[in-house]
Design a protein around this ligand. Structure first.
Ligand SMILES: [Zn+2]
Length: 79
């Protein structure tokens, strides 16, 4: 029986920050995907989008359920 490990991959999608809220309108910057400014744990910029500069919380959170099979291919035959 192959070993299947499940993991949740979290992605951050479109930026939903309203840049014209003060004008009573709804305008988003059109950023399609969150890209971290820095590495997580290294700098606070990890929560800032490199493309649009908004905080990660403005980007829609998407969770992806992944199943990974292990040990089914390229098994080592070394002894
Ligand atoms: Zn943005």
């Amino acid at each position: 029986m192959p070993c299947i490990s499940r993991r949740i991959v979290v992605r951050y999608g479109e930026c939903q920050k309203n840049h014209a809220a003060s004008m009573g309108r709804h305008v988003v910057d059109g950023c399609r995907e969150f890209m971290a400014c820095g590495e997580e744990g290294m700098t606070i910029d990890a929560f800032k989008c490199a493309a649009c500069g908004c905080h990660r919380s403005f980007h829609g959170r998407e969770e992806e359920d992944k199943e990974e099979r292990e040990g089914t291919s390229h098994a080592s035959t070394r002894s």
